[in-house]
Design a protein around this ligand. Structure first.
Ligand SMILES: *[C@@H]1O[C@H](CO)[C@@H](O)[C@H](O)[C@H]1NC(C)=O
Ligand SMILES: *[C@@H]1O[C@H](CO)[C@@H](O)[C@H](O)[C@H]1NC(C)=O
Length: 776
């Protein structure tokens, strides 16, 4: 309940994917580039819409894809389209309005053709919704001059006169995405406190390719985004122009990539957090870049805990970072700055009231930190406001300008509808029970590398491995589900792969977007994804997944079968989530590997005891970009074993709530074939992250949390829910760089060779404890 999971990655050109036919693909006419003509609408608008919600009470009539124009919206820049858009959002008995905490049964895409849609009150966003605009020609939501409402798009509305009550619990507000929209607040008076997005969300959420236009009048009260809490999350390719605040944000953790803010008074106003990672930030002509509320050092007094910022360019802005309270040798607001280019920015880091911590100018900050810095096996606390050891970023991880490489979720905007093949049109049922293994395998064999394979919304039950060659491009619709079940996945002594991405040694494009991988219990022998494919030379990030998640809860594993505290063998959901094998490369952005702690389809969010063995195992020699999270697996959430050249953005993990009853690794066994860590009577809970014999690993922001001991929380105040949570096998291991790591509930924050090194008590930073940097 407290927080969940995330795993993400990066990208380049919206929709223009260079197609390289995979070596493993058997198709005869390689796809090549997109053939849509400039006047064609986005393929998503014209493709046949036959997606369903398999477990809805009425799957034949429930509509997943909703074009707002079919609900009466005009998009003509004049007509008030609010009611039509809200009807497209809510029709079909969806989960919202305050009476439904969560549901997987009513997914929807609310689609906007290009045009200008005038709105006069909030668009309230229901659970499990993707709002998607035409990617070729993004539509505008134009707030009318008399707009009244909390925000133009509201992902967690407050209930009127509800004394603070909201539609959803902020830490459980999952499965949302907004893409390809312009939100324009400029018709509203500058003095009105207008908000573009109220984005109070948790895991499995994303914002992508959004522009918010605001007043540039001095003293205006507009803001692009307001986020007061939650447990996110990922967002990328966002532009905020004008405003009092570009964005005003508080949330446990988040990863933000490719953020641009122009002409705001304050670009980023930070209310509170445990840890955020910003990768690729551009700030132009603001008064302050980051204004951070700091100084909280107790669980009752949470302010901004830690910010890790890499690859920023800040121009004509008097102050880049301003904290509200000076640190004065105590850890109050950890900062990590890496590759920050300042152009006419007199103060790099300062304190409200004028004190300067780091002078600016026109200069580049290579690697600077504020907070407690550690090295090797010494637990000595060295409070630092100065240069810190630089991350050893492998060149394979960087773009030609030396920044960490980025690749945006491919949307195939240049492709014609005829370049897609639908699995339902090819005979797959997606009804949650028909065995679709053979049909799906046949579609992949015939079309991988020749067509983009479209999984119409649905739940595709498979009973054996789906083998997908390099060259494949797979697109889901509102998170289409591949659900594995049956005897092939029942034996943890002989695990079987559900989805195999390329074979050993294969190279090529391999793209998976908007999918979910899940199992129907019991499946203790399921490896949900085995990732073998590698980028071809010269095509960084060609093999990746975006907005694609793993989920262990659901079919045969709900609160009825798997109540909290039970140890039902039928509730063993998987052996391993994702396995990156030694020859693979991977770019994963917005991937949540979740073993459910509660039932999304129970009206009271009832807790569950569901067991998965392992989260993410990487043995890859790289390059690997992971911006993400993994939660509640029994042995570990991340295991890097013999891995090289990894960039890991904000990694968030949680230990299972049931542990140590049973103690890790139960109900699984350790298996040396999978480089499992060892456990003992004193190490009997899951590792957040375990790094062994690996090199060139950069961990740039992490939150390793444990909130429970056998469902009780009395361990929290003494940080004794578990002893150790993050292990590096040897202090002399080549170049593992660790920055901005927050922990909760663990006595030690970092261990070397399973001996605790950094104590949480030395790094009190609010609700969480934060170490600013550790290096070998
Ligand atoms: C969410 O944040 C707001 C603003 O900081 C605060 O008033 C509220 O108590 C928070 N709610 C929760 C559930 O943390
Ligand atoms: C960053 O976002 C902007 C605006 O959406 C986009 O034009 C640009 O290509 C993106 N850059 C990268 C590296 O993805």
């Amino acid at each position: 309940m407290f927080s969940k999971i995330y795993l993400l990655l990066l990208s380049t050109v919206l929709g223009l994917t260079t197609q390289v036919s995979g070596l493993g693909s058997s198709c005869s006419a390689p796809l090549g580039g997109g053939t849509a003509s400039p006047s064609d609408p986005f393929w998503m608008e014209t493709i046949t819409h036959q997606g369903t919600s398999a477990f809805n009470s009425n799957p034949s009539s429930y509509q997943v894809f909703r074009n707002v124009k079919d609900f009466g919206a005009k998009g003509d820049g004049v007509t008030d389209d609010t009611a039509a858009i809200n009807s497209a959002m809510s029709s079909g008995g969806r989960c919202g309005g305050g009476s439904c905490a969560s549901s997987t049964l009513t997914p929807a895409i609310v689609y906007f053709p290009s045009g200008t849609y005038v709105v006069s009150s909030a668009i309230d966003m229901y659970y499990y919704t993707q709002m998607i605009g035409d990617a070729k020609n993004p539509p505008t939501l134009l707030a009318s001059s008399g707009f009244s409402g909390f925000a133009v798009i509201d992902a967690d509305p407050y209930v009127p006169n509800g004394y603070g009550a909201q539609w959803y619990t902020n830490q459980d507000n999952f499965y949302r995405s907004i893409r390809n929209l312009v939100i324009d607040l400029r018709q509203m008076p500058a003095t009105t406190s207008a908000i573009g997005l109220h984005w109070q969300v948790s895991q499995a959420t994303s914002l992508m390719n959004i522009v918010v236009e605001m007043s540039t009048a001095s003293g205006n009260s507009h803001q692009g985004m307001f986020m007061e809490n939650g447990s996110g999350g990922f967002m990328d390719d966002l532009v905020f122009n004008g405003g009092q605040y570009g964005i005003q944000i508080g949330n446990q953790q988040f990863t933000v990539r490719n953020l641009t803010i122009n002409n705001a008074q304050t670009a980023v106003s930070g209310i509170w957090n445990w840890g955020w990672t910003f990768q690729g930030v551009t700030i132009n002509n603001c008064q302050v870049g980051f204004a951070l509320a700091t100084g909280g050092t107790s669980q009752a007094d949470q302010t901004v805990g830690s910010e890790a910022i890499i690859d920023a360019v800040v121009t004509n802005t008097p102050i880049f970072i301003q904290s509200s309270v000076a640190s004065n040798g105590k850890l109050a607001g950890s900062l990590v700055l890496n590759n920050i280019q300042l152009n006419n920015v007199p103060t790099a880091v300062g304190v409200t009231g004028g004190a300067v911590v780091l002078n600016g100018g026109t200069t580049t900050i290579a690697s600077w930190g504020q907070g407690n810095v550690f090295s090797g096996t010494s637990g000595n606390v060295a409070f630092t406001q100065g240069n810190i050891p630089a991350a050893n970023k492998a060149s394979s991880l960087l773009d030609s300008s030396g920044r960490v490489f980025q690749k945006t979720h491919p949307q195939y905007a240049a492709y014609a509808t005829s370049q897609f093949v639908s699995v339902k049109s090819s005979g797959a049922k997606g009804d949650g029970h028909t065995d679709d293994t053979t049909v799906i395998q046949n579609v992949i064999n015939e079309y991988a590398g020749c067509k983009i394979i479209f999984f119409d919304a649905g739940t595709y039950y498979v009973t054996n491995t789906i083998t997908v060659p390099a060259g494949a491009q797979i697109v889901g619709e509102a998170w289409s589900v591949i659900l594995a079940g049956g005897s092939a996945f029942s034996n943890q002594d002989s695990p079987t792969v559900v989805f195999q991405a390329g074979t050993t040694g294969s190279q090529g494009v391999f793209e998976v977007t908007d999918m979910i991988f899940s199992t129907a219990g019991a499946a203790p022998g399921a490896i949900m994804i085995e990732w073998n494919v590698h980028d071809p030379s010269g095509q960084q990030g060609a093999a990746g997944m975006w907005d694609t998640h793993l989920r262990s809860v659901g079919t045969n594993m709900q609160s009825g079968q798997c109540p909290a505290g039970s140890e039902n063998a039928a509730c063993q959901a998987a052996f391993l989530g994702i396995h990156l094998t030694s020859g693979s490369s991977a770019y994963f952005e917005g991937t949540w590997v979740w073993t459910a702690d509660h039932d999304l389809d129970s009206s009271t969010s009832t807790q569950t005891s569901i067991f998965t063995g392992r989260g993410i195992l990487s043995q890859s020699a790289g390059p690997v970009w992971l911006i993400g999270t993994s939660e509640h697996a029994a042995l570990y959430q991340y295991n890097l074993a013999g891995a090289q050249d990894h960039w890991i953005g904000f990694a968030q993990t949680e230990t299972p709530y049931y542990q140590p009853t049973p103690a890790a690794p139960a109900p699984f066994f350790t298996d040396s074939a999978y480089n499992d860590p060892t456990f003992s009577s004193s190490i009997n809970t899951a590792w957040g992250m375990y790094i062994e014999t690996s090199q060139n690993i950069v961990l740039f922001g992490a939150g390793f949390y444990n909130f429970f001991q056998n469902y009780g929380q009395s361990c929290l105040t003494s940080n004794s829910c578990q002893t150790q949570i993050f292990n590096i096998d040897s202090a002399s291991a080549a170049s593992v760089g660790v920055y901005s790591v927050s922990t909760i509930g663990s006595t030690y924050q970092l261990s070397v060779a399973q001996n605790g090194v950094v104590t949480a008590s030395s790094n009190l930073d609010g609700y969480q404890d934060t170490l600013t940097a550790w290096s070998t």
